[in-house]
Design a protein around this ligand. Structure first.
Ligand SMILES: Nc1ncnc2c1ncn2[C@@H]1O[C@H](COP(=O)(O)OP(=O)(O)OP(=O)(O)O)[C@@H](O)[C@H]1O
Ligand code: SF4
Ligand SMILES: [Mg+2]
Length: 336
């Protein structure tokens, strides 16, 4: 049976922002529970998709896994070690194995370095290699990510989006990654190139035994690559299970709405209405005005259809992530 490579237990990451004088909170500190008690595990050779609309906490989870930001609470166990407790001595070997493919294609690669230098730097950051070894390793990397040798003399700005993505993946492999956090790796790419990147990641997984946390707001892309999927809403996982079940038999009202592909559009429209009307009502997606009870209630069609049952609002009865069988979990009092 495949080994668990990553286990996240009750992870919390709260951002604390000083209140500005022009905000409605004048001077008061604001706490943003960007990740609020999240648990999951990923096995070797496995991909977990993480979906949810903008601002729900996906990147924050990715950043905590790389120790790019300290956690507020919880444990992150990578290869049997709690990385929140790593000594400086243990940090470098860990960082070699866990790499992030960043959302922003351009910010991820140094624009002043040629591709050869970018890959060379990654190869030699933890190892001393001769020129001949570097050339051989670079050749192998290009083959793995299917990038032409002629691109080595280019600067990142001279590459297409898909090529930049391939260089980013090659760089992660060069360092020695076993686990990749891929943060929206297809978001800035044309649809045909998106499929190429997904297929590349799948091939690399098959050939090198990599594990992925694949972050996206697009459930369709996530279903293509993931074995299992976690759906996030306002810092919490609201549904989690095998990719096929989440895609074709969603049980949480939010997942169902995500699938209808209307959520982004609806969210924009409703946000505009609530901002315009200045009634101080709930924003549709708002960490700053947390809802008591179920966080999704202000947008939930089931809550509306059932005549706003009080159990959905009561702070003491906030829904928990319940196992409903077949490794499927849902955070809802009235699953679909
Ligand atoms: N450094 C920070 N300081 C304060 N708040 C932050 C910081 N980074 C993120 N946040 C807030 O935490 C919440 C989660 O942000 P995060 O970037 O994890 O969302 P996301 O799901 O990755 O969104 P997107 O799909 O837009 O990339 C947001 O409300 C964001 O504004
Ligand atoms: S608990 Fe109630 S409000 Fe929350 S998702 Fe379920 S039905 Fe909707
Ligand atoms: Mg993000």
């Amino acid at each position: 049976m495949a080994k668990t490579i990553l286990e996240v237990e009750n992870l919390k990451k709260y951002y604390i922002q000083p209140g500005g004088i022009f905000t409605p909170f004048k001077g008061a500190k604001r706490i943003i529970p960007a990740v609020d008690d999240v648990s999951f595990y990923i096995k070797e050779n496995e991909t977990m998709g993480l979906v949810g609309e903008t601002g729900c906490g996906k990147t924050t989870i990715g950043r905590t896994l790389l120790k790019l930001t300290p956690v507020t609470a919880g444990r992150i166990i990578f290869d049997e070690k709690d990385i929140t407790q790593l000594t400086p001595h243990e940090f470098l070997p860990f960082r070699r194995q866990v790499q992030m493919i960043f959302q922003d294609l351009d910010a991820a690669l140094n624009p002043k370095m040629r591709i050869r230098s970018i890959l060379k730097e990654a190869l030699t950051v933890h190892h001393r290699l001769s020129d001949a070894e570097i050339n051989r390793e670079i050749g192998e990397l290009l083959e793995k990510v299917n990038l032409k040798k002629s691109k080595l003399s280019n600067f990142p700005g001279e590459l297409s989006g898909g090529e930049k993505r391939r260089v980013g993946i090659a760089r992660a492999l060069a360092v020695g990654a076993r686990f990749l956090v891929a943060d929206e790796p297809t978001s800035a790419l044309d649809v045909s190139i998106q499929a190429q990147v997904v297929n590349l990641l799948k091939d690399l997984q098959k050939n090198l035994g990599l594990s992925y946390l694949f972050i996206s707001h697009d459930l369709r892309i996530v279903e293509l690559i993931s074995h299992k999927v976690a759906v996030m809403y306002l810092g919490q996982i609201v549904e989690m299970g095998m990719a096929g079940r989440i895609a074709h038999e969603p049980r949480h009202p939010y997942t169902s709405i995500l699938w209808s592909s209307l959520v982004e559009k609806k969210s924009r429209e409703t946000t505009k209405v609530s901002t315009d009307s200045k009634k101080g009502t709930w924003g549709v997606f708002d960490f700053e005005r947390p809802h008591t009870g179920c966080r999704f209630a202000p947008r939930c069609p089931v809550y509306e259809a059932k005549g706003k049952p009080s159990i959905c609002n009561e702070p003491s009865k906030a829904p928990q992530l319940q196992d409903i069988g077949d490794a499927h979990k849902v955070r809802c009092h009235f699953p679909l």
